[in-house]
Design a binder for this molecule. Sequence first.
Ligand code: ATR
Length: 286
Amino acid sequence: MSDQPRPRDRYAVIGNPIAHSKSPSIHAKFAAETGEPLEYDRLLAPLDGFVEHVEAFRAAGGRGLNVTVPFKLEAHALAHRLSPRAAAAGAVNTLRFDKDGIFGDNTDGFGLVRDIEVNLGVSLKGARVLLLGAGGAARGVVLPMLERHPGEITIVNRTAQKAHVLIEQFEGAAREFACLINGGGPQAVDARHYDVIVNATAGSLDAALPECDARAFGAGTLAYDMMYGAQPTVFMRHAESLGARASDGLGMLVEQAAESFFVWRGVRPDGAPVLAGLRAQLAAQV
Ligand code: ATR
């Protein structure tokens, strides 16, 4: 028996910008927790250099990448094989390199669902769900949500046409899961409270509140913003002022990372302690 440490497999997160990414510290904690021998870095790729950077990392023995803004569509195009959830999302946040080539997956929607159901304790089964937004972020969460058998998903977007395109895309899957799917422009919001409202618009980036009937929020509503920051977002504050319970997207960040880790290593880390640590760090910034 040798006392040599096992060689560590290499992973990284690639994006532009990338300096702010919390993924390296999250994955370092997962590696420590599970004992998996891996290292995880940051890769800054120029806007026109994504494919070259991925190929160089892969050629140097890299085993997988997380992909972030603005490269998720290019990663989708680059993958040789896609998971069903990545195909439905039209975007890839996780690449795995193996003997069969480049496998593309998308763990964002799974991360959202797991945060809602496990960390926040709200079951989606039979739930009335309102999804605000119809861009890439919204598209990525619809299939993982449907897989949890909600009763109804209403997709509402400032530009109604984009909501209709999403509804059409997921109509077949919704039928399969016996879920009603509908929506359109902001007037398609029901005037009675939903169980879960997810803000998947880019609004929180510039402190903008997506238009939404106040009667959609009630005491039994979980209002979930996919963004996070040191302070509650405007959407969270608005939801709380209407009596709802609000959450930011920090748990989604941790849980999508845990699922990527599982895609790479076949081992599922526990997200809860890592989330608690990040939450404490954010609170210390206030
Ligand atoms: P992402 O990948 O983050 O989803 P995106 O594909 O550009 O980014 O989509 C942004 C989403 O946020 C869209 O649904 C957009 O609405 P439009 O389709 O009408 O543009 C929504 N959005 C952005 N700013 C918004 C605001 N101030 N109010 C409401 N919706 C907003």
